[in-house]
Design a protein around this ligand. Structure first.
Ligand code: THG
Length: 371
């Protein structure tokens, strides 16, 4: 424990529990973080054991904290498109799209996955910020014909190489045919599940969107029964795996102080013609002038970094050149790896240094992902 890490968090109704929460505690979750005003588990056995198990077998993750903002009505497509520079016009029913939510000054508001459920119905599967307020505010301000609300929807992720066998057993062989970032619906205990090929790891797998919180334990138990022969375990998004895979975490890698271009999300900034996109002018201006900083991978010298810290300052000859936003020891690459938001000058600076608990370490810039 370090000076800036208190021992316990106090609970109350404001820190909402997921429909899978009791099962997660029974399965031995050792730590949680707060995400969308909910609890999100972060460690089961330990980061390294969880990491190896995820890469080799299959895990079930309570990611109910990835809340859905449902947008439904005649103006739903227009509203979703106003919020993101990604071309949502091309999003088919049954398709998911990673779509940064960007404000009028080009600021990152969130980086959700958008699901198109019907012509006029979307779920915005959010990272940790209050997108519902922003969406509803635009709807009210522009007098749009939509309803914006948080439905009773809780994603349960099944991640890892054996996820395909587990899902085939749990729901049928047809699940093997779901393409990446596509989804289908299936009936379970009288409720409808949305099953998508997606998830916050690079090990492959699915996300099951439960649409009735009362079925949380039943769904959890059903999935674990199907995985009994596959060494299934409870897990959670793993810090080592996500840094290796270069998966950004809103609030960690980027905040509303950043724009999507410096976050390396250029590929998701189509700015389609002929439709309204609130960040259009801002992003065009930033594209014109170029970014001042950039998200990158870094390798950090010295002994293994075993505890995630808030952030580390990067400097060269006493000049501040940015921040390492997440860092951890990778037992697979046998290096300290991290993601960093670095000022342009850092990319041709010599002897970049990092301050880790008062001692200086040298760092080296690499690409993302690490593999
Ligand atoms: N699943 C769902 N909701 C989520 C997340 C998720 N909400 C919060 C958070 N995760 C959103 N952030 C991301 C970041 C990356 C990806 C998904 C959600 C992702 N990226 C792929 C990649 O980088 O390889 C593919 C992106 C693409 O090509 O479209 O999967 O995990 N429901």
């Amino acid at each position: 424990m370090s000076a800036n890490t208190p021992a316990y968090i106090s609970f109350s109704r404001r820190l909402r529990k997921s429909p899978f929460h009791e099962r997660v505690v029974e399965a031995g979750a050792k730590a949680f973080t707060s995400y969308n005003h909910m609890l999100l588990p972060t460690v089961f056995e330990n980061l390294e054991a969880d990491f190896w198990h995820l890469r080799e077998h299959v895990q079930v993750w309570d990611v109910a904290a990835e809340r859905q903002v449902e947008i439904v009505g005649p103006d739903a497509l227009d509203l979703v498109q106003m919020m993101t520079p990604r071309n949502i016009q091309r999003c088919q029913i049954g398709q998911c799209m990673y779509a940064p939510i960007v404000g009028t000054r080009g600021q990152m508001i969130n980086d959700p996955v958008v699901l198109r459920l019907a012509e006029d119905r979307f779920w915005v599967s959010i990272a940790d910020s209050d997108v519902l307020l922003w969406a509803d505010g635009i709807a009210v301000g522009r007098d749009l014909d939509v309803r914006v609300f948080e439905p009773d929807v809780s994603p349960l992720a099944v991640q890892g190489p054996a996820a395909f066998d587990l899902m085939a057993k749990a729901f049928g062989e047809w699940t093997r045919d779901i393409r990446f970032f596509r989804f289908r619906e299936v009936e379970f205990n009288g409720t409808s599940l949305v099953i998508a090929r997606s998830g916050w790891s690079k090990q492959g797998g699915f996300e099951i969107y439960l649409q009735d919180g009362r079925q949380g334990h039943a769904l959890w138990d059903h999935v674990f029964e199907a995985g009994a022969d596959l060494n299934v375990r409870a897990g959670c998004p793993n810090l080592i795996e996500r840094i290796e895979g270069g998966l950004l975490s809103y609030g960690n890698e980027m905040t509303s102080a950043n724009n999507p271009l410096e976050c390396g999300l250029d590929a998701f900034c189509d700015l389609p013609d002929g439709v309204e996109v609130l960040c259009r002018d801002a992003l065009e201006r930033i594209r014109e002038s170029g970014v001042e900083r950039k998200m990158t991978g870094v390798i950090i010298a010295g002994k293994p970094i075993m505890t995630p810290a808030d952030s580390y300052a990067v400097e060269s000859d006493g000049t501040w050149l940015g921040t390492v936003t997440s860092a951890i020891w990778s037992p697979r690459l046998e290096q300290n790896i991290g993601m960093a938001m670095l000022e342009n000058d850092a990319f041709d600076a010599e002897n970049l240094q990092l301050d880790v608990s008062g001692t200086s370490r040298s760092i080296e810039i690499t690409g993302l992902p690490f593999d």
